[in-house]
Design a protein around this ligand. Structure first.
Ligand code: COA
Length: 259
């Protein structure tokens, strides 16, 4: 655990709070390194079956990369920074267990990109989303130009990135940027509820579903279908598949073991 990334484990869910409230939880190097470390460790930890990412306080999820770190940067430093952020956000996107962004306030720039790299986004009513980089004379550098159009469609992504405008949670829901909008005080409970619904399923099936969707979307349809059928077939060698099918036939709840 680090000062800028607080974690609490609630049963099989790890709740991670990005904590730099004095700067709206902006992502500096320390937060990025802590996120990398956390996801690498959580991947190997069988006691963790899902992650919720949120921000400290009621104002900001993450208000972007730390703009104050930019002032001394030239192209080389910027390239490295973007490369590192992209690597960490891809680690989150490709995480084999479900990750929910519980967006509790401003999700701007790198904060919006962080939410985009999570598998599901739940927002509080006061949440605001945007890619305001053009206001600084730059563009999104942590995957926003690639993930935003994949999630909300090309036309809407172009409009958001080129205007740099902010949208509220209702608009974010309407355009499919968030899955659900709830009251601030229900945000973590609602995120836990959704994760618990996923966690009670067979873990290897969840991992294979994520893999088929996240990797498949980058492939041609034929390649994606091939990936789907090999993941589908491999699941037939798991104990959990046998348990799931037997439980259905015997009219009981399955007891999945992750094997
Ligand atoms: N990086 C560094 N510091 C940031 C920051 C960021 N991305 N976002 C906010 N902060 C800091 C502010 O500089 C301010 O610090 P100060 O008290 O030392 O002046 C503090 O957080 C509070 O922010 P403030 O702007 O006073 O709050 P607000 O309620 O008026 O506005 C925002 C909130 C989020 C709308 C505004 O801070 C903002 O536009 N932030 C930048 C968003 C952005 O462009 N992100 C993309 C970066 S590539």
């Amino acid at each position: 655990m680090s000062d800028v990334l607080k974690t609490i484990k609630v049963e099989k869910i790890l709740i991670c709070t990005i904590s730099r409230p004095e700067v709206m939880n902006a992502l500096n190097k320390e937060v990025l390194n802590s996120l990398k470390d956390l996801f690498e460790k959580a991947r190997e930890n069988n006691e963790i079956r899902g992650i919720i990412l949120t921000g400290e306080g009621e104002k900001a999820f993450v208000a972007g990369a730390d703009i104050k770190e930019f002032s001394s940067y030239g192209p080389m430093e910027a390239y490295k920074m973007s490369e590192k952020g992209q690597e960490i956000f891809s680690l989150i996107e490709n995480f084999p267990k479900p990750v929910i962004a519980a967006v509790n306030g401003y999700a701007l720039g790198g904060g919006c990109e962080l939410a985009l790299s999570c598998h599901i986004r739940i927002a509080s009513k006061n949440a605001k989303f945007g890619q305001p980089e053009v206001n600084l004379g730059i563009i999104p550098g942590y995957g926003g130009t690639q993930r935003l159009p994949r999630i909300i469609g090309l036309g809407r992504a172009i409009e958001l990135i080129l205007t740099g405008k902010m949208i509220d949670s209702e608009e974010a829901f309407r355009i499919g940027l968030v899955n659900k909008v709830v009251e601030q005080n229900e945000l973590i409970e609602e995120s836990k509820k959704i994760l618990n619904q996923i966690i009670e399923k067979a873990p290897i099936a969840i991992e294979m579903a994520l893999n088929s969707i996240i990797s498949g979307i980058e492939m041609t349809k034929e390649e994606g279908l091939k990936l789907e059928r090999s993941n589908f077939a491999n699941l037939f060698s798991t104990e959990d598949m046998k348990e799931g099918v037997s439980a259905f036939i015997e009219k009981r709840k399955p007891n999945f073991k992750g094997k």
